[in-house]
Design a protein around this ligand. Structure first.
Ligand code: UDX
Length: 482
């Protein structure tokens, strides 16, 4: 039974989104943490005060704990030897077959095994298929480590990019998959400042929904159940999104508003209101990869999970449908100037992995459009994928993206995109056409402000625009520039 807060020595292997956030948050709740990465330049950057990702609260946590209870190193052996718990948070990219590529996990497990000289709890933090726990255990044993010198556990993360620190410190639940009480107790000790509520009384603690009287619950399961919980959670959330996107398409055809429909569905407490926002489809480093990986797991154990195949198909089609909507508003694409707001796969992050926005931009470029794009954080990363050039420009504010454009697209949901000065925007655009893939505006407000406004699953100008009338839409007093 774990009763009082005690500092645990933790090694976190991998300083990507999950590893870095976990390391900073473990230090924040009182532990001594070493974060290991084999990328020397990244380690140097972190050591010298850099913050490699855009994540709310992360800079403050890093500067609070760096050099005190949070260290960065590329020396896995030293970090492993001094740690009581070793969290594996390395990448599990999608392989050619759709399954998760576990070679990084395998390599790290072998390396940990080679430097193990006292009892350790190894914790899978990366999203991995069921049985990975079992494999890690086998790899460590193959390297000559006796069974009683370690336990392998699973402690999946449920962090959303952009809100990862709050999601960690104010978790809905903390899942611990552990086969032995010793291992479970160590993990419980690590999370005690959260589960006891004591962290929320600390002056300067990161604010969020949890309080000392409503701390996160802990769920102790088998390791296999913990592994499946993670994959199944992401697959179900992705399913919810694809479901509402199809409902949006029905709404569009029937002349109903999907926002009203989603509100009505979400008020059923059995369903809940979250993840029912229709749009251009889901993206990011997790959902596309995890849905494919879970489908693959099902296949491997002989279970037909065709539903997930449909979820993926709907997600692809949703992007194509949005593209057709742009075409219906613009008629032809060649040399059309398009303003784009949003490049990251969602607002609040700089991550462009599997971003629907990028797919749409690439397709527009291939059709001959000239793009001027703005994203508050993701332009730098986007430039690595789509370099700046005569047909692709990156600008620093939304109005610069809209300047003289034939239409403005909203492709992710940064808060500032929902708060535009509509009069200024109207004046700035060449034609006041806004095509909103995230339903950030009320159609009536936009129509009253003089815009041709297309969104997802809502009535309004959702039918193909008559290109002739589009040409005669209100123009600025100085006349549209050709
Ligand atoms: C997700 C999970 O939420 C998190 O628990 C897991 O640990 C990692 O994967 P993340 O990828 O950061 O987190 O993003 P999330 O906020 O879940 O959104 C995923 C995608 O779905 C985004 O493209 C987002 O725009 C889209 N989305 C989300 C919708 O289209 N509609 C919604 O209602 C919600």
């Amino acid at each position: 039974m774990v009763e009082k807060n005690e500092s645990v020595t933790i090694a976190v292997v991998g300083s990507g989104y999950v590893g870095l956030v976990a390391a900073a948050c473990f230090a924040e709740i009182g532990h001594r943490v070493v974060c290991v990465d084999n990328d020397e330049s990244k380690v140097r950057m972190l050591h010298d005060g850099g913050v490699p990702i855009h994540e709310e609260h992360l800079p403050e946590l890093l500067s609070r704990h760096r050099g005190k209870t949070l260290e960065f190193t590329s020396d896995l052996r030293a970090a492993t030897q001094s740690a009581q718990a070793i969290f594996i948070a390395v990448g599990t990219p999608q392989s050619q077959t759709g399954s998760a590529d576990l070679s990084y996990v395998d390599a790290v497990a072998s390396e940990i095994a080679r430097s193990m000289d006292s009892y350790k709890v190894i914790v899978e933090k990366s999203t991995v298929p069921v049985y990975t726990n079992e494999w890690i255990r086998r790899v460590i044993e193959r390297n000559g480590v006796p069974k009683d010198l370690f336990d392998v556990t699973s402690n999946p993360e449920f962090l959303r990019e952009g809100t990862a620190v709050v999601d960690f410190l104010h978790a809905d639940r903390i899942v611990i998959g552990a086969a032995t009480e010793t291992a479970a107790d160590l993990l419980k000790k690590i999370y005690l400042p959260l589960t006891s509520g004591s962290y929320y009384n600390v002056v300067g603690s990161v604010p969020g929904p949890r309080t000392n009287v409503d701390p996160p619950p802990i769920l102790h399961t088998s390791t296999k159940a913990a592994e499946i919980i993670k994959h199944a959670s992401n697959a179900l959330l992705a399913t919810k999104i694809s479901f509402i996107n199809v409902v949006a398409n029905i709404c569009e055809a029937a002349g109903a508003d999907v926002e009203e429909v989603a509100r009505g569905i979400g008020m059923d407490t059995r369903i809940g209101p979250k993840f029912l926002r229709a749009g251009v489809g889901y993206g990011g480093s997790c959902f596309p990869k995890d849905v494919a990986a879970f489908r693959h797991v099902a296949e491997q154990v002989g279970v037909d999970f065709g539903l997930l195949h449909e979820v993926e198909k709907i997600n692809e089609e949703q992007k194509q449908r949005f593209f057709q909507k742009i075409r219906s508003a613009l008629w032809t694409f060649r040399a059309k100037k398009i303003g784009v707001l949003g490049l990251a796969f969602k607002g609040g992050t700089d991550d462009v992995r599997e971003s629907p926005a990028l797919d749409i931009v690439k397709k527009l470029l291939s059709e001959g459009c000239v793009i001027c794009a703005h994203d508050p954080a993701a332009a730098g990363r986007c430039k690595e994928v789509i370099p700046e050039g005569p047909t692709m420009r990156y600008v620093d504010d939304p109005y610069a993206a809209a300047q003289d454009a034939d239409a403005l697209l909203i492709l992710n949901d940064w808060q500032e995109f929902a708060e535009l000065d509509l009069a200024k925007l109207h004046y700035t655009l060449r034609y006041p056409i806004v095509i909103d893939g995230r339903n950030l505006y009320d159609p009536t407000t936009m129509t009253n402000a003089g815009f041709t406004y297309l969104s997802v699953g809502r009535p309004g100008l959702t039918q193909p625009l008559d290109p002739v009338s589009a040409f005669f839409l209100p123009r600025r007093r100085d006349g549209a520039k050709a």
